[in-house]
Design a protein around this ligand. Structure first.
Ligand SMILES: [Ca+2]
Length: 198
């Protein structure tokens, strides 16, 4: 008798649970499928201005330095000279101290009027000053200074790049000379890309 009472009591306690489970099974699942919006081009809403809008502009003409033979003295660590004109700002050249220079063979004679020196545009690169001069040559032996040594401010806010403009000069070889880098973690010259434009 006692067992029968316990069984009845257990059924009474379980009854609400069984009813709940049955109700839960009856809940309909409603899924609404929305069509994906068509986007044919990258869009940037006005509230997210493009940082590149504040970068120092570079000429739109071809970069005469890219991929051309480039020579320099000793480099720091793994930052070899081939990084200076591989077309990528996430690779860079760093000299072993200053002064240092990079000599480009343009493999032809061009009328050049702008040299740009670019660092990685990331703000991880602290603002710094580098002192830079530019010389040109037609034969690789006799050079003429077209831009005297001057200090240039590199800042991520303006793309971590600078441009040196000078009167157009015929050049088959261009030498970029660094005499100072104020960066706290390097005494050598640094350039992710050096670009030369007509
Ligand atoms: Ca590079």
């Amino acid at each position: 008798m006692k067992r029968l009472m316990c069984l009845i009591l257990a059924l009474l306690l379980l009854a609400p649970c069984l009813a709940f489970c049955e109700e839960e099974e009856e809940i309909e699942t409603i899924v609404t499928i929305l069509p994906a919006p068509e986007q044919t081009k990258a869009e940037r809403p006005p509230c997210f201005p493009d940082p590149a809008d504040d970068y120092i502009p570079l000429p739109e003409s071809a970069n005469l330095a890219q991929g051309k033979p480039a020579l320099s003295g000793k480099h720091a660590d793994v930052y070899v000279i081939k990084n200076v004109n591989d077309g990528k700002t996430d690779t860079y050249w760093e000299s072993l101290g200053c002064p240092a220079e990079v000599l480009f063979d343009l493999q032809g004679t061009f009328s050049v009027s702008t040299v740009a020196v670019c660092l990685n545009p990331s703000s991880i690169w602290e603002p710094r000053i580098q002192e830079i001069a530019v010389q040109v040559s037609l034969n690789g032996e006799n050079f003429t200074e077209v831009a005297a040594p001057a200090k240039y401010q590199f800042d991520a806010a303006t793309g971590n790049r600078i441009r040196i403009d000078f009167g157009a000069a015929q050049a088959a070889f261009v030498k970029v000379i660094f005499t100072l880098n104020s960066a706290s973690r390097s005494q050598g010259a640094q350039a992710a890309e050096i670009c030369i434009f007509e």
